[in-house]
Design a protein around this ligand. Structure first.
Ligand code: AMP
Ligand code: GLY
Length: 436
């Protein structure tokens, strides 16, 4: 079997790691991959933005399955191009990927099928947006509707800032086309949670819930990043809570997408805010949907799976997830059975200055060797001659595994301490949000 993974981050290294350990024993190609994927797969330097070039590579190399890591190629329709040419793809088509590509579409979808979310309104006109902000004192979250590399949601401290943010997007060109339509949402508070599931039409299989640390600095200070660390599972979400939450989200959304003629296939990841820790559904509200694995959530959720994720991705791509679950005696909500009781935590080592400007090209030394309970996933790394150097803001994510949350966190931190890269930093409090 031959697998092509599209993307170059920590998530894609994790997907390559999963493939390298799979019982299906695939040959793995990564386009373009990174310094870590080069060790366990073959990096290929095709232009992944040029779908014809991808198709050509797939044909020439008899690729059996393409796994698309990031959202942008999915939203641009890569899966449609590949599937219409007879190639198996893990990842949704363009229309279904719009659940991440257009926040306006996602919010309307939730409204239409009764999924709990923030109060919101959509605007293309600044005067109307201003009026809404001034009439709703908690309308403090301003979002670009389109893709903005994870930077398009701005939490404002007051209505003046909300108005100026709306103005920067609608009239100032901030985020370009993505910010021509904006959403203004009520500010929700609570515990953020990532709940990912493999999805094939109306069938789904939950992965263990995880939690990401988005802000750049300890104690959740500083700007939002792609994620500075994560852990899974969560001590504030029992399997019963998780099942209840999942039932309010997945069946109605998947049914609706199927009715719209765009059934979902791939990984669906609603980002949740748990607004009330004392109720069974934790006062869940969906903040957004992503059409791919979370990064760095993939680095904690996939390594604790006892089942083979590649087998599941193949079953999804073939439209056979329900059959696979029956054969493996797995209930869609029974994520505990998937993990065998393991815990994971990952700590991201990032360039000083990330998520704003930062230096690249620093030499990377002393990355921890892989053991049964420590794995180093590369993100922004590249090989220059024989040297491993930094090539991005998030450089590596070091995952620790253990039988308890604390054991996993301790393993990750003791390994992170070994890494030597000039001009980098990492958060010292990953995992502290286990419960509050
Ligand atoms: P999004 O791009 O919609 O995922 O938003 C990025 C981040 O902004 C989320 O992970 C939350 O931390 C935060 N966020 C988004 N929407 C809201 C909201 N309505 N209330 C509070 N925080 C939010
Ligand atoms: N870690 C957040 C995301 O992948 O969207």
């Amino acid at each position: 079997m031959k697998v092509l993974i599209i993307g170059s981050g920590g998530r894609e290294h994790t997907l390559a790691w999963v493939c390298a350990r799979s019982g299906l024993k695939p040959a793995v190609f990564c386009a373009p991959g990174n310094g870590g994927t080069a060790e366990i797969a073959e990096n290929v330097y095709i232009n992944v933005g040029d779908f014809k070039e991808v198709l050509n590579f797939v044909g020439k190399n008899s690729i059996d399955l393409v796994i698309v890591g990031p959202e942008a190629p999915l939203v641009d329709g890569l899966a449609d191009v590949l599937t219409s040419n007879g190639c198996l793809v893990f990842g949704p088509g363009k229309q279904a990927a719009n659940i991440e590509g257009s926040k306006a579409f996602a919010m309307q979808l939730m409204l239409d099928c009764g999924v709990p979310t923030a109060e919101f309104a959509t605007f293309t006109n600044l005067d109307a947006a201003k009026r809404y902000i001034l009439n709703n004192e908690n309308a403090l979250v301003v979002k670009a509707s389109g893709l903005a590399a994870g930077k398009g949601a701005i939490i404002c401290s007051d209505s003046d800032e909300a108005v100026s943010t709306a103005s920067a997007m609608l009239e100032g060109g901030k985020f370009g086309e993505a910010g021509k339509t904006i959403l203004i949402e009520e500010l929700l508070t609570g515990m953020e949670t990532s709940l990912m599931a493999f999805v094939d039409g109306e069938d789904y299989l939950l992965l263990p819930p995880s939690r990401d640390h988005k802000q750049a600095f300890d104690n959740d200070e500083g700007p939002n990043t792609g994620g500075m660390g994560a852990f899974s599972p969560l001590d504030d979400l029992t399997p019963e809570n998780t099942a209840m939450i999942a039932k309010t989200i997945f069946p109605p959304v998947l049914k609706k997408l199927t009715e719209l003629g765009t059934p979902y296939s791939g990984l669906l990841y609603p980002g949740l805010m748990l607004t009330d820790k004392n109720t069974a559904d934790k006062g869940v509200k969906v903040l957004e949907f992503n059409c791919r694995f979370g990064d760095p959530e993939a680095q904690v959720v996939l390594p604790i799976m006892t089942q083979d994720p590649l087998e599941i991705m193949l079953a999804v791509a073939e439209g056979k997830l329900g059959k696979w679950m029956l054969q493996n005696n797995l209930d869609k909500h029974n994520w505990q059975k998937l993990t065998g009781g393991q815990h994971a935590a990952t700590v991201v080592v990032a360039a000083e200055g990330y998520p704003e400007s930062y230096v690249k090209g620093m030499k990377i030394e002393n990355l921890p060797e892989e053991t049964d309970n420590v794995i180093t996933f590369h993100a922004g790394t590249a090989l220059k001659n024989a040297d491993l150097i930094t090539s991005g803001g998030r450089i590596v994510a070091i995952t620790g595994l253990g039988n308890t949350h604390n054991e996993a966190v301790t393993k990750a931190y003791s390994a992170v301490g070994e890494v030597v890269i000039e001009g980098t930093r990492y958060r010292k409090d990953i995992g502290r949000k286990a419960s509050q």
